[in-house]
Design a protein. Structure first.
Length: 440
């Protein structure tokens, strides 16, 4: 019997995810080697600070501060880029791909910024790039889109892709607590970064939406071409008002394509979801995604979207695919890392074609005639009001007005809000939430 193939792995970045991958590969080595039919060697790892104390122990000789030495080491077959960022991470990724190696990445920011270059480099030099851990952590969403749902055209994908935001929103709702207090708690518990803006302003979700839109539709749409809004202006009162209307509030990425016009829309927005929708009930740091394909209908995916173990699980699944590729070549069973076919006639949907119902919260002077003025502005922009709720305001002499609308579009609602913000009776910039009447 021939001895099993030996596959050598290098880990660039020995932080949360890198150590998780090392730990679980070591712990599950025997099982993985049996399942994969290959001997796995964890050769080296890199970190910036070699003196830092780390929970996962590693022989000093195996730890380097030079990730490029790992990426270019001819003995290493699989390079895991687990550093983050778009500078050195790009260099490491391209150096490995140029040498025909397999790169496994969890880095959505890098893929969003340089995906086209990375996949072109892989194609040109015979390298391969796997990135299951970059979106929705431990949920095998990329595999589902690429393999399980390969027969489908994706009319709509939407989901909760940022666990930090979902944790904050859940806590605000459950504890009736203001955003700033919950954010401070989230930082203390390590659920939010010291600089929280990437998460709470929606950019991390936008990076992931960009990766999903490319996988589903073959078009790179960067965050600066999306509608991206964060969660920082939501208040506990919004949850109460939403509940009286029968909704919860979630930060969603929504990717839609109209296959008759080939217009694609990608947006990241806090959204009212009907209480009966499964995603409306996904709490805490969990992620959840709804994928609608033209053949399969709607499928749902729920699980841990981040954290050491869940992310390591996704990285190791990519390592397993990489091992299969090294053992068997691009076999018939292997959907692998082919880039999706580019869509030549796809384009971004213009704002007037992105339609929704809306929730508008206004802080207004508590005076007669204000509601009539607001209603006339909305009528001028052809936005039709569905309901009006007046709540008391913390501000003396002010009232909080929540208006929901019938279906309108982004251009009309944008013009309406600009007009409303200019009224002397409107005291603060309006808050706008989309109403996602998604029933599955
Ligand atoms: N954490 C998660 O739950 C999660 C989930 C999904 C995806 N991801 C992605 O996984 C990647 C890694 O995240 P992480 O949370 O593991 O980050 P992390 O804990 O900050 O670890 C980053 C590692 O890379 C090293 N590093 C960073 N910059 C470097 C540089 N310029 N030169 C050399 N080494 C450098 C760090 O060295 P030191 O240790 O010496 O500082 C550290 O070992 C990111 O792309 C992230 O977006 C993370």
């Amino acid at each position: 019997m021939s001895s099993p193939l030996t596959i050598t792995i290098g880990i660039c970045g020995f932080g949360t995810v890198g150590q998780g991958v090392w730990k679980h590969l070591e712990r599950s080595r025997a099982l993985l080697e049996t399942r994969l039919g290959a001997k796995l060697v964890l050769a080296r790892a890199s970190a910036r600070d070699l003196k830092k104390k780390r929970p996962v122990k590693i022989a000093a000789a195996k730890l380097t501060d030079d990730p490029l030495a790992i990426a270019t080491d001819p003995k290493i077959d699989i390079v895991c880029e687990l550093m983050g960022g778009t500078g050195l991470a790009r260099q490491v990724t391209l150096a490995a791909l140029t040498r025909g190696k397999i790169v496994v990445s969890a880095n959505k920011a890098l893929i969003c910024a340089h995906g086209a270059e990375i996949f072109a480099t892989a194609r040109k030099h015979g390298g391969h790039f796997f990135f299951e851990a970059s979106v929705a952590g431990g949920i095998p969403l990329i595999k589902a889109l690429r393999e399980g749902l390969v027969a489908n055209r994706f009319t709509r994908i939407y989901g909760i892709l940022n666990g930090t935001c979902n944790y904050i929103l859940t806590q605000m709702e459950e504890r009736d607590a203001p955003y700033a207090d919950v954010l401070a708690d989230a930082k203390r518990l390590g659920y939010a970064e010291a600089d929280e803006s990437l998460d709470v302003d929606g950019w991390d979700t936008a990076h992931k939406a960009s990766v999903l839109a490319w996988l589903a539709h073959g078009m790179w749409i960067k965050p600066d071409r999306m509608l991206v809004e964060g969660i920082s202006r939501i208040t506990p009162a919004d949850f109460k008002t939403a509940a009286t209307l029968g909704y919860g509030i979630k930060l969603l990425a929504v990717i839609t394509r109209d296959f008759t016009t080939n217009e694609i829309s990608v947006r990241v927005q806090p959204t009212l979801l009907p209480e009966g929708n499964v995603l409306a009930n996904v709490s805490g740091v969990f992620n959840a995604i709804s994928v609608t394909g033209d053949i399969v209908g709607t499928t749902l995916y729920i699980g841990r979207g981040a954290g050491q173990d869940a992310t390591a699980s996704a990285v190791i699944s990519d390592i397993a695919d990489a091992v299969a590729l090294l053992r068997h070549g691009k076999g018939a069973h292997h959907m692998g890392d082919d880039a999706p076919a580019p869509c030549a006639d796809c384009r971004l949907a213009p704002p007037e074609r992105i339609r929704s119902r809306y929730y508008v919260r206004l802080s207004v002077k508590d005076q007669p005639g204000v509601l009539a003025r607001v209603a006339s502005v909305m009528a001028k922009h052809h936005v039709s009001i569905a309901s009006v709720i007046q709540n008391p305001s913390d501000r003396i002499g002010a009232a909080s007005l929540v208006l929901t609308t019938h279906e309108s579009d982004e251009r009309a609602i944008g013009a309406t809000l600009k007009h409303l913000a200019g009224l002397s009776s409107v005291l603060e910039p309006p808050v706008l939430l989309r109403i996602g009447d998604f029933n599955d």
